[in-house]
Design a binder for this molecule. Structure first.
Ligand SMILES: Nc1ncnc2c1ncn2[C@@H]1O[C@H](COP(=O)(O)OP(=O)(O)OP(=O)(O)O)[C@@H](O)[C@H]1O
Ligand SMILES: [Mg+2]
Length: 247
């Protein structure tokens, strides 16, 4: 099952003292096709994280509407909001693994308090195999490299079989080779699980792997480019030359 993501005129400001506001997002309208991979890019402070947080109901917009499949994310309250959040996969720049728990326990952790219709432990094992870490299930996170820890975080994000995967700078703490491996993994899992995939990234190489690149500046969409398959990577980089930090 995969879902479209529809944003209409979404704005989000933060108060900075009594008189001043920061416009983190300003009238963002984006439609994301079910199952597509979209990079959200733009300089630091342009609103990438805020956008993902609003889509994932980790933050609320002040205006506009956010729909993910049948869910009107803008108007969720209480238990419905918690259920919605749990139905989404989220991967962060910092892996946020629980240091005292083993790898497999970290993967199961989001579901531990809940009764499920499936065996969470066998699903966790399958996901660890899918990210290439089946032999590390009983290790502690500190024994793993950064790239391996991010793989665990990705397995954890998929434990609830999300239709939407949101990733905020998932390669930001990794060297470029490891970052490429993580991006390969995210794109493969996206296809295998039929997820819609939104990734915030500063990195034009990472962005160029997606099917579409949306560039933000000062909370507004300033570029929205489709990358058709088969286009050479250098050409993509040329087209999005302005996508790096400070652009
Ligand atoms: N909780 C908050 N309180 C106040 N201001 C915030 C808050 N979160 C974000 N902002 C502001 O909103 C703007 C957008 O921030 P956001 O974190 O979305 O940018 P970003 O594009 O993800 O940046 P980066 O590339 O550095 O991660 C920035 O000016 C930021 O300072
Ligand atoms: Mg950010």
């Amino acid at each position: 099952m995969t879902v479209p993501v529809e944003l209409r005129d979404v704005s989000r400001s933060y108060a900075m003292g009594p008189e001043q506001e920061i416009r983190a997002l300003h009238r963002i309208t984006i439609s994301v096709r079910p199952g597509s991979a979209v990079a959200i890019t733009g300089p630091s402070g342009s609103g990438k994280s805020t956008l993902l947080h609003v889509i994932g109901a980790m933050d609320v917009s002040d205006e506009g509407s956010v729909r993910v499949g049948d869910v009107d994310v803008t108007n969720l309250k209480g238990a419905e909001q918690a259920d919605y959040r749990r139905s989404i996969g989220f991967v962060f720049q910092k892996f946020h693994l629980l240091p005292a728990l083993t790898i497999v326990d970290n993967v199961v952790a989001p579901l531990l308090p809940f009764r499920t219709s499936f065996d969470k432990w066998s699903r966790a094992s399958e996901l660890l195999a899918a990210v290439g870490l089946e032999d590390r299930a009983d290790s502690l996170p500190a024994r793993l490299s950064g790239g391996q820890q991010q793989r665990v975080a990705i397995a954890r994000a998929l434990i609830n079989d999300p239709a939407l995967l949101l990733a905020d700078e998932p390669t930001g703490n990794l060297d470029s080779e490891t970052g490429t491996e993580i991006m390969d993994l995210l794109l493969r899992l996206r296809t295998e699980h039929g997820m819609t995939f939104l990734i915030a990234t500063h990195d034009p190489v990472v962005a160029s792997r997606c099917e579409r690149i949306v560039r933000l500046k000062d909370g507004e969409v300033v570029d929205d480019v489709d990358i058709e398959s088969g286009v050479h990577y250098d050409e993509v980089l040329g087209r999005i030359a302005g996508l790096g930090p400070g652009a």
